[in-house]
Design a binder for this molecule. Sequence first.
Ligand SMILES: [Zn+2]
Ligand SMILES: [Zn+2]
Length: 160
Amino acid sequence: MAENICSCEEKLTWVNEYNRHYCHRCQKYPPTCSECKRDLSWIREYNRYFCTSCRRYDEPTKSTKKPKEDKIESHDRGKIEKEFNKLRERHQKGSLDKDTYEDVVKKMKFKDEFSRFWTIGANTGRWYCYDNGKWIESSPPQTLEGKIVKISRKRKKKAS
Ligand SMILES: [Zn+2]
Ligand SMILES: [Zn+2]
């Protein structure tokens, strides 16, 4: 049986109990193969991980930790409306062009506790709920999850 090596180049120890390899120096398990989910072995010569079962190199995700999720923000619907109205006002006064305005409004999607999506119509200023593949005008609950998109008053630098 081929030896599995940790990326620190220490020989990995087989742990029968967990059916896994373990590095005592790093005190962690190696990343696993994306195909067969077995432990990967570090190949120093190539600076890559290798799966001894699949006989192929594998690129594990850099971190074994879960990817950091965006922090969920909760907002009062009144606050969302206020921010939206500010944007609309800026658009109506001409300090915010149509494309940017519609783009920002499009990003302002909110989720309620039943995982339904809500948004405010860029033209109507009314609330819509996504239902059966359509946006239906409706009244949202008091609190919604999502990000309020803010744009700074400074003009974005355009690549020329
Ligand atoms: Zn190690
Ligand atoms: Zn594999």
